[in-house]
Design a protein around this ligand. Sequence first.
Ligand SMILES: Nc1ncnc2c1ncn2[C@@H]1O[C@H](COP(=O)(O)OP(=O)(O)OP(=O)(O)O)[C@@H](O)[C@H]1O
Ligand SMILES: O=P(O)(O)OC[C@H]1O[C@](O)(CO)[C@@H](O)[C@@H]1O
Ligand SMILES: [Mg+2]
Length: 499
Amino acid sequence: MAQNLGALKRMNTEDYILQRQEEMGEDSQAYHDLPKIMKPGSEAKEGFSKVLQSNNEMFHQYQYPPKVSDWKFCGSFPSPLTTNPSRANLGKTFVSNNETVLVDIIGHASVGTISREFLRAGPREYVSYHPDHVKAAIVTCGGLCPGLNSVVREIFTSLTSLYGVKEVYGVPMGFRGFYATEFSIKKLDYEYIDTIHHEGGSVLGSSRGGHDTKLIVDAIQDFGFNHIYIIGGDGTHRGAMKIFDELRERELKVTICGIPKTIDNDIALIDKSFGFDTAVEEAQRAIRSGKVEARSTVNGIGLIKLMGRHSGMIAMYSCLASRDVNACLIPEVPFELNGSNGLFQYIQDCFDRRGHCVIVVAEGAGMDLLQEELAKAGTDASGNVKYPDIGLWLKSKINEHFAANKREINLKYIDPTYMIRTVPPNANDQIMCSLLGQSAVHGAMAGFSGFTVGLVNTHYVMIPMEDIANRGRSKVDPHSRMWHRVAATTGQPNFQNPK
Ligand SMILES: Nc1ncnc2c1ncn2[C@@H]1O[C@H](COP(=O)(O)OP(=O)(O)OP(=O)(O)O)[C@@H](O)[C@H]1O
Ligand SMILES: O=P(O)(O)OC[C@H]1O[C@](O)(CO)[C@@H](O)[C@@H]1O
Ligand SMILES: [Mg+2]
């Protein structure tokens, strides 16, 4: 059914700024940081009206996730955090439903700023669920990613020790675990989750495929779950959105919350997904091995394949971090093998300059060169195209080329694919997992539903789930400054011959 995405409130920017000025008072620094707008009728001050002209076009769009109370009555209780003695000073850190975070923060003085705003995540003073009435389920879906266990653990501990919820369950093996009889849904306890954040993988298990909206919602009803925490990527969010629609269709008072998981860091809108940092760090070990192998032999080539079916983020950031890479090949930027600007000539140039060459290739790179293999590749259980192995293909093409030219080369192929995603998260990702888990629980307890928590411009926010589910993947922009920085680090050309 078509859904109204919560209250979408538009406010004229001038009114917005005037209101903010009023709230802050002229003495505060923040007041002076605001664009200078005068109230109509007030006395002109220097510098004020000028900015007003250039900001005429500016507007802000507030986007709130829906609340459970929007489609079914639910009560409002003072947050248990106010009575939790160990949180006595939390009062000051409650977040109001007026606090938003800007999506677009780069202003253009000549045209004004156009930005959406998401509701800031965090504990609310009033919650919509009494802790005794919460029965929560957590599920992890899709491919593995460092930090899955940390998010599960944080959701559990936030629900139980912050809010006093007593019933939290783990759904095994992804979406199908809700209804498949060969698995059983397990009640989580502290002993079980105590050290899981030190382990890679997902203690709950995960899977691709197996989404059946009706069976899943039947199971939610049968078990009496009213909080569903779904940790997964783009596919998972499309599945979660269907569950959300079905829940509203049946008028069930169930909160559904997404926690974005993608090792490829390709979920749109958010700054970064958990586990990505760890994956980039882990990839350094493979790149370093490639470098050592390459420079210790005659005309050495270290060829390293990294994850990234549609987006070259892991490859791009791994190359930027390592500084040892001479060529970075990603799905977003096509490359040619032959010709004066092709990869083969570039490898030769590297031999001439430094005696070796290190190449990183993302698994989805160069698919235009493998059309035949791609046509036969098929899909996985979730419908994702299974890509032919670009690393092995490239290895054989490079070997063939230099053999045909009677040049000695020593190519070492390193494929650390699954090794970078099965490790536990690094310290940075551990912290991110904690904040995502806590944000999810605070939002759910407050009665929001159909939302996904995420980091936007360094602040944790609640994004309407539909936005995440329907938006395309985020990709490397070949015209971006970041990609140009990579090219500057590697020294690679654009691998395109003049036509
Ligand atoms: N369009 C869809 N409708 C309903 N369910 C879907 C849809 N797409 C994917 N799913 C379900 O979501 C789950 C995970 O999907 P998928 O395997 O694509 O991983 P993902 O969430 O995209 O994560 P990853 O980052 O590993 O790709 C699977 O159980 C799959 O059946
Ligand atoms: O082999 P699996 O488990 O399907 O997962 C591999 C894929 O998962 C991803 O990490 C995310 O979709 C891809 O980059 C990668 O190809
Ligand atoms: Mg996916």
